[in-house]
Write a protein that binds this ligand. Sequence first.
Ligand code: ATP
Ligand code: MG
Length: 173
Amino acid sequence: MRGLLVGRMQPVHDGHLDVIKRIFEDVNEVIIGVGSAQLSHKTKDPFTAGERVMMLSKALTENGIPASKYYIIPIEDVSCNSIWVAHVKMLTPPFTTVYSGNPLVQRLFEESGHPVKVPPLFNRKIYSGTEVRRRMLKNEDWQSLVPKSVVKVIDEINGVSRLQNLGYKELDE
Ligand code: ATP
Ligand code: MG
């Protein structure tokens, strides 16, 4: 059995790892769709799809999950919600259950006949992409919210300085 999780992963954080581990309690292979793949260099979406793929594969390896157990697939947005599920299916291996905390994603997959499970949120106040990006912008401790391997990737690509630059630019505009 294969399950699907879709998220923007801007960036990957411990909440994502928690939910992926929970999904592995139900199914033996997980497909991770990296959503809004076309976006990067924005304060809400600072990292490229390739950078996010790298964060995920290194974080899964750090957590002892072998590469044969998952597929990481970048998924660009489409302008019509009504064809989004077909678009996702065009890009991914076959799956049954969809795991999502997003009400629109839940609705679209339910309407297309897929069982949808809503995983419980793990300490959502701090384990959220929004909170990680806020801390990066303010030079606060974001490192404790993401896997160590993700800290390394973000350092390698100078992610914090990228985000801070974007943040200052948007304030000027
Ligand atoms: P942002 O704040 O930028 O929207 P996010 O933390 O919501 O980031 P997404 O990539 O949008 O991250 O989340 C994708 C999916 O990951 C969610 O629909 C949810 O199922 C799961 N998820 C995110 N954070 C947590 C968490 N703290 N605990 C459990 N699951 C989570
Ligand atoms: Mg979100």
